[in-house]
Structures are given as C-alpha cells and as structure tokens.
Write a protein that binds this ligand. Structure first.
Ligand code: GLU
Length: 290
C-alpha cells in the first residue's frame, strides 16, 4: 500500500492590500492543519497580477504573519519567480489541444452575454459564451498572425472529454466538508489560462505551484470551491497528483458580507494598533492554538 504523503499546506495571499481577519483565518487554518499533522506549512506570494501587487503589501504580509506568531517552513516563494513553470504547463496544454486564443474584450463578452440572456456565473460573474472557441483554426491563425491581443482559454468541454478518455477519468476530488466531488468544469466554463497582459492566470499558476511545491492539503475559502473543478481538470491533464481540499468558511463583517479591502477596521494592522493581541484574534475566530 502507498504510504500516506506527509501533510503540506500553504497560505497563498496576493499582495494587493493589507491582510484582514479573513486572511488571518485562512493563514491560521493552513498553519494549524500542518502543525497538527507534524507536516509543513508554506508561504507563497501570489504576485502574478503585476499591475495590482505592491512590495509594501508583501512586506506588510510578512510582518502581520510574524505578529500572528506564524512560522513557515522553507523560503517564501513568489509566483513571479516561476514564469517558466507556467509557460511549460501552458505549452503542454496547447500540445494536448485543449486551449484556444480569445480576442474578446470584457465589453464584448458582456454584450454577447446580454444578447444570449445568459445568467451571470463564474468567478468574476460571467461564464465565457465561447465566441472565439467556434472561430476555428484558420481564423485563430490569421488573427494571431495579425498580432491581435489575445488571452488563452481552456476549452473545458474538450478538456474534460480528453481527460476522461485519455487519463482514466471520471475524476473526483475530495473536500473535507463536501466529501467526494465529481469534477465538473461547467460552473466556470472556458476559464482564462493566460491573460492578455500576463502570460498566465490564477487557475494555471495555483495548480502548477501546488503540484510543484508538493502541497497535499489545499485550505482556502469556500468562495473558491467551484474553481477546484478547474484545478482538478488541469491536474488530470498535466499528470499531477490531486491534493486533498478543505474549503473553509468565510469571515464576514457585521452586515454578513465577506471581508474586503473596504473593511479597513478589520485589517490586522488596524486591529493591532487598537490593542488587539494575536490570542484575541484566535479567540475571535474560534481557533485554538495548534
Ligand atoms: N491568492 C488567492 C487569494 O488571495 C488564494 C488562492 C488559493 O488559495 O487558491 O485569494
């Protein structure tokens, strides 16, 4: 029988703002899960969105985590340092013929969705209607040759069909609360794998990095539950082992809304300045020390 893999978790913040109570919850859960299992806890800075990431936020993340009393194992990683890894994965997906160029602007996508009366879905509120998927190779080639700006999208139907026939599907993934979940990429559809402005995307980089860093337990908020279908599909296509998942609750403000950059009073710096201690934070979040 296979030996169980040692537990490896990660906290993967984007340095686009100060950490708030919701981030503290995510970081503490990842840390405590690793420590309880005698495993490893990693810190990965998700800084592919060059336009929005700032070094001062990265410095603040490190300071806030140290203040919380969290120590990570090994050196902190930055996604901006793994462009080669994402490029290789993208090349492999292109070789499998499950990727196509998309020339649409957000405005065009919105208008197309309005015309087709599609209900808004997806991570950023819309499922791509497949406009460029149906253009066909000749048109793709001509528009690429003309230098038109384009993103690369996963052809999710083709990808799941290919994975199931060639990679021994159907595929499932396991979530601590939801149990075994059958992989179904349709809730997010043809997601972007490489943006027009950045040669990768959240879905691609997070899947590649979790595999490369040997993460065995992905802990993150419930808001990313449907993204896991896409990540599981990418794992199947790229031959990665699937980690276990724990999509945890989201911390909300007094109006029951998920915390965001607007909830300034909930940033760890503000709380610290107001005299709150790391123990108070754990108590507020209902997390006992691992
Ligand atoms: N960087 C993502 C965020 O800040 C986390 C992604 C993940 O945990 O998969 O929301």
């Amino acid at each position: 029988m296979d030996q169980p893999r040692p537990v490896v978790t990660r906290f993967a913040p984007s340095p686009t703002g100060f950490l708030h109570l919701g981030h503290a919850y995510a970081a503490l859960v990842a840390h405590d899960e690793a420590r309880r299992a005698g495993g490893r806890f990693l810190l990965r800075i998700e800084d592919i969105d060059v336009g929005r990431c700032r070094p001062e936020f990265e410095r603040a993340i490190i300071e806030d985590l140290q203040w919380l009393g969290l120590e990570w194992d090994g050196p902190m990683q930055r996604q901006s340092q793994n462009q080669m890894g994402y490029a290789r994965a993208l090349q492999e997906l292109a070789r499998l013929d499950v990727v196509y160029p998309c020339f649409c602007t957000r405005k065009e996508i919105r208008e197309e969705l309005k015309r087709s009366h599609a209900a808004p879905h997806g991570l950023d509120g819309m499922i791509y209607p497949g406009t460029c998927r149906v253009l066909g190779r000749e048109v793709w080639r001509a528009r690429l040759d003309a230098g038109e700006p384009h993103a690369l999208r996963l052809d999710s139907f083709r990808a799941i069909a290919f994975a199931e026939s060639e990679r021994g599907g159907p595929f499932t993934w396991h979530d601590r609360h939801a149990g075994n979940v059958t992989c179904d990429p349709s809730p997010l559809g043809d997601v972007v794998l490489a943006r027009k402005d950045v040669p990768n995307s959240y879905h691609l980089s997070v899947t590649v990095d979790d595999a490369l860093q040997g993460v065995t337990l992905v802990t993150r908020g419930k808001d990313l539950f449907s993204a896991t279908h896409i990540h599981r599909l990418l794992q199947a296509l790229l031959g990665y082992e699937a980690p276990d998942y724990y999509h945890h609750k989201l911390i909300t403000n007094e109006h029951g809304e998920r915390l965001s950059k607007r909830d300034e009073a909930m940033t760890l710096r503000q709380m610290r300045a107001a005299g709150v201690t790391p123990d108070d934070i754990r108590e507020t979040l209902g997390l006992v020390q691992a």
